[in-house]
Design a protein around this ligand. Structure first.
Ligand code: FUB
Length: 448
């Protein structure tokens, strides 16, 4: 009980301290986030995720999803994220069953200068059946304030809303409840314009949910999590029409190797590059209903098929050399001599550290932007009980040496600075290795 309360307090503190979040994968580290829908509005990327919180006495059901509200996050570079705070919360939506803690996967879309935020949750009124329904909140800006409609959308029962506005201006709402459904929306984006249809021809065995539909070069892609084996993997099907019939094409992300049961995603094209936004339970490895959002690059083959996305920790975007570079979100790690661990297992929101056990250990971190102005020093936040020397190179094991940092002996974390012996403008990978046969741990690296 005490442990539960403590973790809840830490999460609340994390949210209150929020405002800025900056990371690789996961890319939001001030709270748990899941089911990310990414949209680009006026050149800026907005992510509308679900917000997992740990259960606490009187707050949701232990061992299950507990979700009270939604935040929106935005970024200009996919690296630095701003948390704009709560946009919709359960007990301020007139039709939502109070304290139902079921604000599941949302979507948001712009039409004629208004932003429509769709969210599934439990209604007070169950005369049309128990379970989830879907509501809308409307705003003049992507960050709100969002005003919830007084009632949910009539004729919709289910979860995981997703909206497509087709090239001809017709909007479609998709959602799931065992099957995946689609229906035309009226111009007002608040009501169905026609009876829903069940989207075919999708797998009939295993849970399907979380539809995300987009159009590319005249093909409609229906992407969805599906339990084909033990846990959800991301699959896709294509059609020549927004309501199908669809033909199953394949898997775009395999099941999580570590057993996170859900996955839920969206795709976004930005500056001629496609990205997959999805989730994993990085910040809660022992409980997969406290999840965290991730991004990786996605590629289409010339025939329009989607190349399978392999999850990475490095994620996307460039990291400025002048900001803290979290080596633990590495691109490559030596086969022996290195490991990644939480900085503080009692507060995992603190993030991770890279542990170098000996001289065999090295880590490579790609995509560091050094800029044009020469930088003069490197700082490590590190600890080494017996003292250690850390070597920093550019572009791999034989690349130019940037500097060598001596970490004084002692068990405490310290920021240690050393002069740079070289500088190369532009974008490079960083290669960090230990020169010592006793352990050294690094939290981050930064250049000035
Ligand atoms: O986040 C709650 C539910 O888990 C979502 O609505 C599903 O898609 C799954 O991710």
């Amino acid at each position: 009980m005490l442990k539960q309360r403590l973790s809840y307090i830490l999460v609340v503190l994390g949210c209150l301290m929020g405002g800025a979040a900056e990371a690789q994968n996961p890319f939001i580290t001030n709270q748990f986030t899941a089911d990310p829908t990414a949209r680009a509005f006026n050149g800026r990327v907005y992510v509308y995720p679900s917000h997992d919180i740990p259960a606490a006495p009187g707050r949701g059901r232990a061992g299950w999803f507990v979700m009270e509200d939604y935040h929106v996050f935005s970024s200009a570079n996919l690296t630095d994220w701003t948390d704009h705070g709560v946009i919709v919360t359960q007990n301020k939506v007139p039709w939502v069953k109070p304290d139902s803690y079921s604000m599941w996967a949302p979507d948001c879309i712009e039409r004629n200068g208004k932003y429509y935020f769709y969210f599934p949750t439990t209604p007070k009124d169950t005369t049309n059946g128990k379970g989830f329904t879907i509501g809308v909140a409307v705003a003049d800006r992507p960050t709100g304030p969002f005003v919830p409609q007084p009632l949910p959308i009539k004729g919709v029962h289910g979860i995981d809303p997703n909206v497509l506005i087709d090239k001809d201006g017709q909007a479609y709402l998709y959602w799931s409840q065992d099957n995946i459904y689609g229906a035309k929306l009226k111009e007002n984006m608040l009501e169905l314009a026609a009876e829903p249809v069940t989207l075919g021809e999708l797998p009939t065995k295993g849970l399907k949910e979380g539809p995300y539909v987009f159009e590319r070069k005249g093909t409609y892609y229906l992407t969805y999590p599906h339990v084909a084996n033990k846990t959800e993997r991301l699959e896709y099907a294509t059609s020549k029409s927004p309501l199908g019939p669809f033909t199953v094409k394949g898997v775009l992300m395999d099941e999580s190797p570590t057993g996170c049961w859900t996955n839920h995603h969206s795709l976004l094209e930005l500056n001629n590059q496609w990205y997959l936004f999805y989730h994993h339970n990085d910040l809660s490895p022992n409980f997969d209903k406290n999840r965290s959002v991730r991004i990786d690059s996605l590629f289409f083959e010339p025939d329009g098929s989607i190349r399978k996305v392999v999850p990475t920790l490095r994620g996307v975007g460039l990291s400025s050399a002048k900001q803290k570079i979290q080596l633990d979100r590495y691109s490559r790690l030596s086969a022996s001599g290195t490991s990644i661990a939480f900085l503080d297992t009692a507060n995992k929101f603190q993030g991770w550290k890279t542990v170098f056990a000996n001289k065999q250990g090295w880590v490579q971190y790609n995509g560091v932007a050094f800029g044009k102005q020469p930088l003069k020093t490197v700082t490590l936040r590190a600890t080494a009980a017996a003292g250690a020397t850390v070597l920093i190179r550019l572009d791999g094991a034989t690349g130019p040496v940037l500097g060598q940092v001596s970490v004084p002996k002692g068990g405490k974390w310290q920021e240690v600075k050393a002069p740079l012996s070289a500088f190369r403008p532009g974008t490079h990978s960083l290669f960090v290795a230990s020169k010592t046969d006793s352990p050294v741990e690094i939290d981050w690296v930064r250049f000035e």
